[in-house]
Write a protein that binds this ligand. Structure first.
Ligand SMILES: C[S@@+](CC[C@H](N)C(=O)[O-])C[C@H]1O[C@@H](n2cnc3c(N)ncnc32)[C@H](O)[C@@H]1O
Length: 269
């Protein structure tokens, strides 16, 4: 049952639908800071990233972002702690949108307010231009990724990374919990034993709108996430949730909260 009292089933929107109908520009509308209730969720996640990547614990040579979309906000703090970042997504339009920002081309999304906010969190508000330059330099590749493949970057074989980050991707890409379980195993193969997984997304979400198009989302609960991570060989180090207030009326998604997880892959025995 969705929070509006009416349960509307959304037909599963798989990779083909993303390729044909996921409009990066429309999705990026969610990332404009604009005094709406949504800012609270963006602020929540940016603070979690800042805390994680400035802790001095989550660091290394390589970080892979799984299902980046057209976004860079998830990498703004990470680029201070990793030498190389590999972004990835299923759709070519997301690759192009990301490349546009990387090359600083006209028409690229303006991330400045978000970058400034992250710099403020990190104690250097005036360093926004330097932060953008650093992130552009640190993102070395934008790859095609399919979390349903045993090697999600197939045909490219990457050396195992020190860290994986993924936000709102697995629940968007998977039609049921079993598929989610497999997709998590697939992405886990890209991570070194002892490496970190930074996973975030929506709880209790069955759909979200991107412009006029409705995308399905796999409904996730905290208990399932805890179980599937431990089954897959992760030790959860942090599990934070920001719940959505009942007073928020908005029909662009029915999520009940946003989760942030920091987990560590068990060392090989
Ligand atoms: C809701 S967006 C999230 C984007 C971004 N990570 C964020 O936090 O805003 C979901 C992303 O998952 C990608 N995706 C969908 N199916 C996928 C698959 N099978 N493998 C990898 N990525 C997929 C979509 O192209 C889309 O960019």
């Amino acid at each position: 049952m969705c929070r509006f009292g009416v349960s509307i089933m959304t037909e599963f929107t798989g990779g083909d639908v993303y390729q044909a109908e996921f409009d990066p520009k429309a999705f990026l509308e969610y990332f404009k800071f604009g005094d709406t209730w949504r800012d609270d969720f963006l602020i929540f996640i940016l603070k979690q990233y800042c805390k994680t990547f400035t802790s001095g614990v989550v660091k290394g040579d390589t970080l892979i972002d799984i299902g980046s979309g057209p976004n860079i906000h998830q990498l703004l703090s990470a680029c201070e702690s990793f030498k190389e970042i590999i972004a990835s997504d299923y759709t070519y339009r997301n690759h192009w949108e990301l490349e546009k920002w990387l090359k600083n081309e006209p028409g690229a999304f303006d991330w400045t307010p978000v970058v400034e906010y992250v710099c403020e969190l990190e104690g250097n508000r005036e360093k926004a231009a330097e932060k953008e330059a650093k992130l552009r330099k640190t993102i070395k590749q934008v790859l095609k990724c399919d979390v349903h493949k045993s090697n999600p970057m197939d045909p490219i074989v990457l050396p195992p990374a020190d860290c994986l980050i993924s936000s709102l991707c697995l629940e968007a890409a998977c039609k049921d919990l079993n598929t989610y379980r497999n997709a998590l195993k697939n992405i886990n193969s890209l991570l070194k034993p002892g490496g970190h997984l930074v996973l975030s997304g929506d709880l209790g979400c069955s759909f979200f709108m991107v412009g006029p198009k409705r995308f399905s989302c796999l409904v996730l609960e905290e208990e399932f996430l805890r179980d599937v991570l431990s089954e897959t060989g992760f030790i959860i180090q942090e599990f934070e949730v920001l719940f959505r207030g009942d007073d928020i009326i908005d029909d662009s998604s029915d999520f009940s909260g946003m989760y942030f997880i920091l987990a560590r892959k068990e060392e090989a025995i």
